[in-house]
Design a binder for this molecule. Structure first.
Ligand code: NAD
Length: 487
């Protein structure tokens, strides 16, 4: 039985010395679990454990690390229902979405398990044939892995799978709003017999996070969360010149051209913004629609959005659960007020005034939204869509690129030439064509501009968790001129 009041450090379940941390289920609006936060000293012990374990783990043959990771992936699938239920209690996200995301997390561990014995360097042919030169990829050491409140297990897999495959150890800190599934994950790690200190889990919010990211023993911080937090982390890690990978927010443009298959585009647009109650970084929260199909799209958006079922996220019939926590719900309501103030026109939705107990906001759509307005520029992280008309491909691209964010983008068109041209012009880390929110273990993911830097998933992610070492061997037996630099 997992004791959710504990921390997992150096292969042991230990008491935290920080304050108690009640966890509120956003559907019932009541406390459902109570954790204890890690104090800065607890965080320091976790880093010390990860540092002590780093050498032996890095020297463990990749094939063995890969075998353990394969078993980890299988164990996640065995406990899929439990992990998904814990996340639904913590985040309010529909159970069936959590199940799918956690299954994808397992896929990521399987993918990187296969990479653990395939990390190769390069042979470099030099000018001097008597010299051999090659690179090797070495682990960075202790990694700090910090996740956001919306999908802890799947975000952790994006980080921990490449980190372990590359031979690193980790201190994991989930969001203070969603810690239960990560503690359960630590129980799985423990059951599988990972060496003590390879994976450590500490619980807490800004204080524990700041203690972790300012630790000079780290080799890398990998963070998923909001831009203001990332800027604080960049400063604290930067003081020790510790590099960071940042997966941050988005204001992704989802474009419907006049030649789109409208049925598919509408399904994609609605799922693109309302899945997970809009609490995903990749929410297609700006829908750009060609004026020739604008009225049709608006009519259909309203009809389909009003059919979305809100309710208990544990029920299979529920499409949309509550927002993850009270501050998030209040922030979404403020964004809705701002949209009204800035002159956007409400198509459907708004604050929820029904009988459901939780922190709900109705799926909300504004149209004729000014691309420069606050609703079109700022991430909402909730179920709110801004619809913007356009007249030409050039205008669509200009609007799409007209924010300081650049996480993802999508388009619906049957014209392959247009699709390819527009894809090249979009300033975003991901472009989806005739699909949206699709992910693959092999495909790298990450942001441009203020949406972050570094990549998760695929072999690109693996390289983030390594550093290149160059080795040069002089094969000649004669003494060389010590002042001659080039080989
Ligand atoms: P948040 O920034 O409030 O918190 C994220 C994490 O940072 C939490 O674990 C939190 O405890 C920790 N933290 C807070 N202060 C800290 C500090 N000073 N030092 C270190 N850690 C600290 O974000 P959130 O509300 O949990 O998540 C929402 C944000 O995450 C949105 O902006 C969303 O777009 C983004 N997000 C991005 C991705 C992606 O992959 N690009 C995925 C999901 C969510």
């Amino acid at each position: 039985m997992t004791d959710y009041t504990r921390l997992y450090i150096d292969g042991r379940w230990v008491e935290g010395h920080g304050p108690e941390l009640p966890s509120i289920d956003p559907y019932t609006n009541a406390e459902w679990l109570r954790h204890v936060e890690a104090s800065p000293e607890d965080v320091s012990s976790a880093v010390a454990a990860a540092e002590a374990a780093a050498g032996a783990w890095a020297r463990t043959p990749g094939v063995e690390r890969g075998r353990l990771m394969d078993r980890l992936a299988d164990a996640i699938l065995d406990d899929l229902d439990l992990l998904a239920e814990l996340e639904t209690h913590d985040s309010g996200k529909a159970l069936r979405e959590n199940r799918a995301q956690i299954a994808f997390a397992a896929r990521n561990y399987h993918f990187h398990a296969g990479n653990a014995d395939k990390l190769t360097g390069e042979y470099k042919p030099l000018d001097n044939p008597d010299t051999v030169d090659f690179t090797t990829r070495e682990p960075v050491g202790v990694t700090a892995l910090i996740t956001a409140c919306n999908s802890p297990i799947s975000q952790l897999a994006n980080k921990l799978a490449p980190a372990l495959a590359a031979g690193n150890t980790a201190v994991v800190k989930p969001s203070e709003h969603a810690s239960a599934s990560t503690l359960e994950f630590a129980r799985i790690v423990d059951d599988l017999g990972f060496p003590p200190g390879v994976v450590n889990v500490v619980v807490g919010g800004a204080e524990a996070g700041a203690a972790l990211t300012s630790d000079p023993r780290l080799g890398l911080v990998s963070f998923t969360g909001g831009i203001p937090t990332a800027k604080r982390i960049a400063q604290s890690a930067g003081r020790n010149l510790v590099p960071c990978v940042f997966e941050l927010g988005g204001k992704s443009a989802h474009i419907i051209f006049e030649d789109a298959d409208l049925e598919r585009a509408l399904v994609g647009a609605i799922a693109g913004v309302f899945a997970a109650g809009g609490q995903t970084c990749i929410a297609g929260s700006r829908l750009l629609v060609h004026r020739s199909v604008y009225e049709t799209v608006l009519d259909e958006l309203r009809r389909r959005t009003e059919a979305i079922v809100m309710g208990d996220p544990l029920e299979a019939s529920t499409d949309l659960g509550p927002l993850a926590h009270r501050a998030q719900r209040d922030s979404v309501l403020r964004r809705i007020e701002e949209a009204h103030e800035d002159g956007a026109r409400l198509l459907t939705g708004g604050p929820y005034e029904g009988d459901l107990p939780g922190l709900f906001v109705r799926p909300t759509i504004f149209y004729d939204v000014d691309p420069a307005s606050r609703l079109a520029q700022n991430e909402v992280f909730g179920p709110v869509l801004a619809v913007i008309p356009f007249d030409s491909d050039e205008e669509a691209v200009q609007i799409a690129n007209g924010t300081r964010l650049g996480l993802a983008s999508g388009m619906w068109t049957q014209d392959i030439t247009r699709a390819h041209r527009v894809a090249q012009q979009l300033v975003a880390g991901t472009v989806w064509i005739n699909t949206y929110r699709a992910s693959a273990a092999q495909a790298p993911f990450g942001g441009f501009k203020e949406s972050g830097y570094g990549r998760e998933r695929g072999t690109d992610a693996l390289l983030e968790y390594t550093r290149a070492k160059n080795t040069m061997i002089d094969l000649s037996r004669s003494a060389r001129d010590p002042f001659r630099l080039a080989t």
